[in-house]
Design a protein around this ligand. Structure first.
Ligand SMILES: Nc1ncnc2c1ncn2[C@@H]1O[C@H](COP(=O)(O)OP(=O)(O)OP(=O)(O)O)[C@@H](O)[C@H]1O
Ligand SMILES: [Mg+2]
Length: 343
């Protein structure tokens, strides 16, 4: 079976998780065995997908055939990564180190890396026709694609080298670390016990380097073959994030197939005949001008980046059950479902 992957990406809060779920439901209903990997979905959306607990193990949907869902658990993923790539006794010490947990959960690149590594695992399992990946918001879109290279640099000792100077210390010299200027400063801030723990964490992490570097290269291969859908709204911050995909994408990713404007107001709101006077009229005029502004933002984006634009309508209620999710895709305009691997 050939597994395709669709990466749904874009700035924070634009609707990545919602559209990932909506596209996955659509693909499943069209007969494709589909896995959606979500990150931090709203509770009602998680319920709709049959995810009642944090599980990186794909769960088949009780009511929708061909649909599986998994939720990223970055800490569990990093545990598995450490156990796979570090010698057994080092892996034990590493996962017990409090900095390991902190880095796995809270460092944006490590969350992105965990998500990319899970994507690779699911694809290589070849159990699904389509894997839809909702990319982590913490890293803000494009950084997802640079996460493998970033982790390789970090684990390769960039941070440790910065702390310790040109030569990396051996374990025996760990206790003399405060001789170095950067560490003296860090030591006086953190205290030497804590500093030792940080240094031990970074040195243990280094033992995963060969395995992790190999895996990062494989993940980048998957990126090259992936389809990418950028989601945005017509607001300035998400638009800036979306533009970065056309301007500065790392070489490991192809230019997105499509940019999708979400929460779009209907065009007839600004082409309708003017309403009568009064407070309701004023209200309607404001919405008309907002609908017009959105349309202009889409045209500008399409012209500037020479890209196709699709639109997903704004719904008064958050789409959180299967039918509402599928309906959102039916109501979309310009979505190239075949190109995205949905049909
Ligand atoms: N087309 C739509 N119509 C109405 N509400 C929507 C639409 N798309 C998304 N929403 C709502 O907008 C909110 C943000 O959506 P969602 O959580 O999918 O965004 P996200 O990009 O995943 O956010 P984050 O970056 O925080 O992960 C949610 O409450 C969702 O239900
Ligand atoms: Mg989300």
């Amino acid at each position: 079976m050939t597994s395709g992957v669709l990466l749904v990406t874009g700035g924070g809060g634009v609707g990545k998780t919602t559209l990932s779920a909506a596209l996955a439901v659509t693909a499943a209903r069209r007969g494709r065995r589909t896995l959606v990997v979500t990150i931090d979905p709203a509770r009602r959306l998680a319920n709709a997908l049959g995810l009642r607990e944090l599980r990186s193990e794909p769960t088949p949907h009780a009511e929708q055939s061909n649909l599986w869902a998994a939720m990223l658990d970055a800490f569990a993923s990093w545990n598995a990564i450490a156990r796979r790539h570090a010698p057994a006794h080092v892996a034990e010490r590493l996962v017990d180190n409090p900095f390991f947990e902190a880095a796995a959960q809270h460092f944006p690149a490590s969350q992105s890396y965990a998500s990319a590594e899970e994507m690779a695992n699911y694809l290589e399992a070849r159990r699904w026709d389509l894997v839809v990946v909702d990319t982590p918001p913490a890293a803000g879109g494009i950084e997802f694609f640079s996460a493998p290279a970033e982790m390789r640099d970090l684990v390769g000792g960039r941070l440790l080298r910065w702390l310790t100077g040109g030569r990396l210390p051996g374990r025996r010299t760990l206790f003399n670390l405060t001789a170095r200027p950067a560490l003296r400063v860090a030591g006086s801030v953190l205290g030497s016990d804590l500093l030792e723990e940080v240094a031990e964490f970074l040195m243990d992490l280094r033992t995963t380097y060969d395995g992790l570097a190999r895996r990062a290269a494989e993940i980048e291969q998957h990126f090259r073959r992936a389809r990418t859908m950028v989601v945005t709204t017509a607001d300035p911050a998400p638009l800036r994030e979306a533009a970065r995909f056309y301007r500065e994408l790392p070489e490991v990713a192809a230019t997105p197939d499509t940019v999708v404007f979400n929460r779009v107001l209907p065009a007839h709101w600004y082409s309708a005949s003017p309403p009568p006077d009064g407070p309701i009229a004023e209200n309607l005029q404001r919405w008309a001008s907002e609908a017009h502004r959105q349309a202009e933002a889409r045209q500008e984006f399409a012209a500037l980046w020479k890209t196709e634009v699709a639109t997903v309508p704004w719904r008064a209620e958050s789409p959180t059950h299967l039918d509402a999710l599928a309906e959102l895709i039916e109501a979309a305009e310009g979505l190239p479902l075949d190109q995205l691997g949905i049909v």
